[in-house]
Design a protein around this ligand. Structure first.
Ligand code: PMP
Length: 406
């Protein structure tokens, strides 16, 4: 049954608070999403009823906590359609997932003179780990250029390949512009030259169906907090045979098979990459978030968000001097824009005075801002709980802000 927008909004307690005397209009979903009551309840349930360390205990609480914790791995497996549950590694989020690959697979496989390809629209978390690796290994970081619309130029991508290309790491959906990249094609082309592919799915996982087997990517990274889940928990998916060949990331408890002073052998997947006490409560609550998304359905989410995007694009373009940054043909519900003569931050503050939350700045994509020769943008990003009325409030708020600032 398709839920009404009112039903969906009723599930998110925070949407009913006021900010500066106005009903909250939350349009910063690309930064983080709000949490439904089911997620908040799951977290409270864990700390109220089953709090215990996982995997090692034999008492009831430990067994219950472990079962709930591991149940999330099964739900993630279904959510991304991985072939095996042990291909799902829990991390702190997308940033840690990418760093894990850079510090383990990267250190093991990238040699002097090797090449890594990223795109010009990457988040800093898919730039800096590769810069660090390339510096350490004396390897080369190459960048796929983009068009003015914010789309990857595939012909230029083809030209970047060389026999030294070892890894292609690209964002599935741009957080700064909403562009959906042709990752299937990128993955196929990269595999044809023997390169591995990492997909940064921080933004795509909420809006698009994720099927890592169909994509055939080697790694996929995402964060729970962008999926109605808690902060501090995320996922690295990796193909089993690749993860098995990789050295561990962190050393410590949980990731060992046998530890003696002369030598330690490592645990099997996924625990080899999950040293120390994990983020148990948030992992358990993450399951509730994924189930919540499944209960609404990705198709319904996308349909509603696309309607919001269409409406917002039309409304915002009526504002004098407003320019949208990122006009790809294929995009999700993110609108970045600049307005002649006004500073994004000033607009952000004036909107906040009306209870409207948007993001302003470089969106952790400074090289992309350099490409457009701007210091930053204003960004409204929509979720399934946003409404047409909220977009009207945004438009009205922007018009008033411009009047005040110009
Ligand atoms: N990549 C993209 C495209 C993102 O939008 C984000 C979060 N803004 C990240 C990576 C990093 O995610 P996290 O901060 O959850 O690790």
């Amino acid at each position: 049954m398709i839920q009404s927008i009112d039903d969906i909004r009723a599930d998110f307690p925070i949407l009913h608070r006021k900010v500066k005397g106005h009903p909250l209009v939350y349009l910063d979903n690309a930064a983080t999403t709000q949490k439904p009551k089911a997620v908040i309840d799951a977290l409270t349930y864990y700390y109220t009823n089953t709090n215990a360390n996982v995997h090692r205990g034999i008492h009831s609480l430990a067994e219950e906590a472990t079962a709930d914790f591991e149940a999330t791995r099964d739900t993630v497996k279904e959510f991304i359609n991985s072939a095996h549950r042990e291909e799902v590694i829990f991390t702190r989020g997308t940033t840690e997932s990418i760093n894990l690959v850079a510090y383990t697979w990267g250190r093991q496989n990238i040699k002097e003179g090797d090449e890594i390809i990223i795109s010009a629209m990457e988040h800093h978390s898919n730039i800096v780990p590769w810069q660090i690796l390339c510096e350490e290994k004396n390897a080369l970081l190459k960048v796929i250029p983009i068009t003015e619309h914010g789309e990857i130029i595939m012909e230029e991508f083809d030209k970047l390949f060389s026999p030294k290309t070892k890894l292609v790491s690209v964002v599935h959906v741009s957080n700064a512009m909403g562009t959906i990249n042709p990752v299937e094609e990128i993955i196929n082309k990269s595999h044809a030259v023997g390169a591995k592919v990492l997909i940064d799915g921080a933004q795509s996982s909420m809006h698009l169906d994720i099927n890592v087997q169909k994509l055939n990517c080697d790694f996929f990274a995402c964060s729970a907090h962008k999926l109605f889940g808690p902060t501090g928990i995320g996922v690295l998916y990796g193909k089993k045979e690749i993860l098995e060949s990789m050295p561990p990331f962190h050393g410590g408890g949980e990731m060992i098979k046998d530890c003696t002073l002369p030598k330690t052998t490592y645990a099997d997947l996924p625990y080899k990459f999950e040293a120390g006490t994990p983020n148990i409560g948030d992992t358990i609550a993450f399951k509730a978030a994924l189930e919540y998304i499944q209960s609404i359905g990705k198709a319904h989410i996308r349909k509603h968000e696309d309607e919001l995007l269409r409406y917002a694009t039309e409304k915002l373009l009526q504002i004098n001097g407003l320019k949208i940054i990122g006009t790809a043909r294929n995009k999700i519900s993110v609108i970045s824009f600049v307005i002649n003569g006004v500073h994004p931050q000033d607009v952000g503050i004036l909107l906040d005075n009306k209870g409207i939350a948007i993001r302003t700045g470089h969106h952790c994509a400074q090289p992309l801002m350099d490409f457009y020769e701007i210091p930053g943008t204003m960004r409204a990003s929509f979720a399934v709980y946003n409404t047409i009325e909220e977009i009207d409030k945004l438009t009205e708020g922007l018009q008033k802000a411009i009047k005040l600032l110009l």
